[in-house]
Every structure is written in C-alpha cells, then in structure tokens.
Design a protein around this ligand. Structure first.
Ligand code: F6R
Length: 260
C-alpha cells in the first residue's frame, strides 16, 4: 500500500486527481469508480478545472458509482443518482449514458445488484476506484462485518453512518435505513484503488485500516489485500498512524516514476 501524507485537504484533492487524470489520459475509454460524500469533492473540483482547461476528456469514460440509498427517489437532491450527476457527470463532462449508479428503487433489488456487477464486468472492470472512508471504517457502504468477498448487494446502514450523513438531509429521520453498495470483493477487483481521507474524525479509521489487522471489523483494511492501493491523507487524518515518519520517508525517497 502506498501511503501519502500531505499538508492539507486541498493538496490531497490535487494529488488524488493526478492519479485519476493519469488513468484517463492513458485509457480514455476506461472505467472510473465513483464515490460520493465530502471526501472526493476536491478531486472532482480539480478534475473539472483540468477539463475546463482542455487537458482532460471524460466523454468516453464509463463511470460506476459505489452506492445508492434504497427507496430514495432519484429526483431527491441527496440520492446518489442526483449527487453523481451534479458533482461528477456534468462538471467533468461524462456522457450521461455511460454513468451508472446502483438501482436503489428497483422492485427486485437482488436482480438489480447482479445486473450492476454484470455491467461492471461488461465494461472490462473498473480501472481506478475512488474511495472515501467512514468514521467506522466502511468503504462504499460496506459496514463493519461486511464479508471481505462481498459483491453488490443491499445493506443496512449503521446508526453511526445515518448520523454522519444526516448533515445532507433536513432531519436525521430522513436518512434512509438501507443502501445498495458495491461489495468489498467488487472493490478489490478494480485495477487501482485511491482512498482519500481528510480531518481528525477519520484518524482512528485510517489507523485501523492501514496498520490494523485485515478484518471485516474494519472494512477498509481490505485495501491491504490489493496490489495497487494508494491512501492519500492530510496531516489530521494521518495523526494516529504509528509509522507516519516511515511513510513520509518512503514518499520523499521514492523516484518520481514510482509515485502513485
Ligand atoms: C460514498 C461512500 C462512503 C463515503 C464515506 C465517507 O459513496 O461510499 O463510503 O466515502 O461515508 O463519507 P464523507 O466523505 O462524506 O466523509
């Protein structure tokens, strides 16, 4: 795992955006895995600037969102269909028909989940998956005790995740209780993983994910099993890492071509 500690959240966004930009430049018809929430917003803003400047073109890229709430109308501004459209598809210039979000309104959710997995496979897999991390160590909406081999499926959100996401809704009760999420096994199949975390609220989860045992109790620890995972952190999110000095040393001494 590559661990990069940067001074602040803006630097985290720029660095992670560079990884994505590199993949898009090399494979303009590839597939990008898309996270929602606050963590990746700086990445999307940075990428949008590069698109505006004519340096990048997402119009032939496919996009696959990580997750969606169950039973939240797509017209709701906090449905991930709406969030992905507003923060990714439009500003980055994806072709809307090439962007997929799990179907949380499907009458047959298991069938919709199987279709989502099949769509990822049909696209040739995800080239690079963007990830945030929950304070409880979740990635996607794979809450603690999610199987490390899981695929896209329905999950129950923990009270902590509903509380954390209440800031996006008018009242905490409006946060849906269930979601559809790519599984940890789905995430592991992506060619590259880039996880970003900012702020002290993520420090414990990052320490468990990076330095703790691989365990379903901390779903993000599954990154330790991936061949090419990069974790980009600001100082606050890195503040509980025992080996932070070593990660800084490694990064400083890494040849340019080996970075990211
Ligand atoms: C969102 C997702 C979640 C978030 C996580 C952190 O698609 O998959 O795992 O990345 O809950 O959320 P923020 O970034 O809002 O702190």
């Amino acid at each position: 795992m590559e661990i990069v500690i940067l001074p602040d959240a803006a630097a985290v966004g720029r660095a992670a955006a560079s990884v994505i930009a590199d993949v898009v430049a090399r494979k303009p018809e590839g597939a990008l895995g898309l996270a929602t929430g606050s963590s990746p917003l700086a990445i999307y803003a940075e990428l949008a600037q590069r698109v505006e400047a004519g340096e990048l073109d997402f119009s032939r890229m496919r996009g696959f969102a990580l997750d969606e709430y169950v039973g939240l109308d797509y017209a709701h501004p906090e449905s991930y269909h709406a969030v992905i459209d507003r923060t990714v598809t439009r500003p980055l210039g994806f072709s809307p028909e090439l962007v997929s979000v799990p179907d949380g309104m499907a009458p047959d959710i298991p069938a919709a989940c199987a279709a989502y997995e099949a769509a990822i496979d049909a696209a040739g897999g995800i080239d690079v998956q963007i990830l945030g991390i929950g304070a409880n160590g979740h990635i996607g909406f794979n809450e603690p005790t999610s199987s490390l081999a899981s695929r896209t499926r329905i999950k129950t959100l923990t009270p902590k995740t509903r509380e954390d996401n209440a800031r996006f809704f008018d009242s905490p009760e409006q946060v849906p209780t269930h979601c559809v999420t790519q599984g940890l096994g789905t995430i592991l199949r992506a060619g590259r993983l880039v996880l970003v975390a900012q702020g002290a609220g993520k420090a414990d989860a990052i320490a468990a994910a990076v330095e703790g045992p691989v365990s379903a109790s901390c779903p993000a620890s599954v990154l330790q099993l991936h061949e090419h995972a990069t974790v980009v952190l600001d100082e606050a999110a890195a503040s509980r890492l025992h080996n932070a000095e070593y990660y800084r040393y490694t990064w400083t001494n890494k040849p340019e071509w080996q970075r990211y």
